[in-house]
Design a binder for this molecule. Structure first.
Ligand SMILES: Cc1cc2nc3c(=O)[nH]c(=O)nc-3n(C[C@H](O)[C@H](O)[C@H](O)COP(=O)(O)O)c2cc1C
Length: 257
């Protein structure tokens, strides 16, 4: 019985290697048949877990936090995050996802107590669970659908609650710095929209709404992925080239840290 199990798992590994090689070299095929793409990716992850697919020396483990800003569970942003995660894990990094919709938190009230306390003391809610994950992850992947030419309200609320990482000079208006800068922090930003053109969809203002605050906080934006023309829940699966791009960005993010 034991022998049989061993043989069966070796056979599975060989089969997976063949499938993986076949589909790795066949981008055209995966573009034509999106389902093959998912088969290839899931096989790569399995091989990686079994230690068959090796990660290179350059790709050292580091923590990445993916932050999802869609209120729609299982939607296009979630699927995009899954593919960023696949890339990050293939690159050899440890990653975690925070879906903001799963946390109960308020937007900033502007009490300004954090200027003195250096942490958010004005509100007590689930942001208390997110702050430690946010601080310890050296890299971020931020994904939001476009809602009314901008990021979603929940993503904006999350960003506003990061105000406590700023240090302000006593005299206002005046100078400021952040306690996250100079640490080599990196971020990837991505937005998903229904309309096809950049102008109609609002992907530009949405990307800007992610880019500016995270640059100000001390992050280097290493990749931006605007996705247009995707409306129905899960429809992004029909665009394997976009999912492949997300996976590649995930791998590159890992190796750049
Ligand atoms: C409240 C709301 C506002 C939206 N506003 C826009 C918009 O301004 N531009 C656009 O192209 N799509 C807009 N959409 C469509 C979503 O961006 C699109 O369906 C996206 O794929 C949703 O991503 P998700 O599945 O991750 O939630 C809007 C959707 C909702 C629910």
């Amino acid at each position: 019985m034991f022998k049989y199990e061993n043989r069966s798992s070796s056979f599975t590994i060989i089969l997976q290697q063949v499938v993986c090689f076949r589909f790795k070299t066949s981008e055209k095929l995966t573009r034509r048949y999106p389902r093959f793409y998912h088969l290839r990716v899931s096989n790569q992850v399995k091989l990686m877990k079994q230690g068959v697919l090796k990660v290179t020396e350059k790709q050292k483990p580091s923590a990445v936090l993916c932050v999802g800003g869609s209120p729609r569970a299982g939607g296009n942003s979630d699927i995009l995050i899954q593919h960023f995660l696949t890339g990050i894990r293939l690159g050899g990094s440890v990653a975690e996802t925070v879906q903001l919709r799963d946390y109960n938190f308020q937007s900033c009230t502007g009490c300004e107590q954090c200027r003195k306390d250096k942490t958010c003391t004005g509100l007590s809610d689930d942001m208390g669970l997110i702050y430690p994950k946010f601080e310890s992850a050296k890299s971020l992947v931020l994904v939001s659908p476009v809602h009314n030419y901008n990021i979603t309200a929940i993503m904006k609320a999350f960003i506003d609650r990061l105000y406590c990482y700023y240090d302000f000079a006593a005299k206002r208006p005046g100078e400021w710095s952040t306690r996250l800068q100079g640490q080599g922090r990196k971020a990837v930003i991505a937005v998903v929209a229904e309309q096809k053109t950049f102008k109609d969809s609002g992907v530009d203002p949405a990307l800007q709404a992610l880019r500016l605050p995270f640059e100000a906080l001390g992050y280097e934006i290493v990749a931006e992925l605007p996705v247009t023309g995707v409306f129905h829940k899960g429809r992004i699966r029909n665009y394997p080239e976009i999912l492949e791009k997300a996976r590649q960005i995930g791998i590159e993010l890992t190796s750049s840290v």
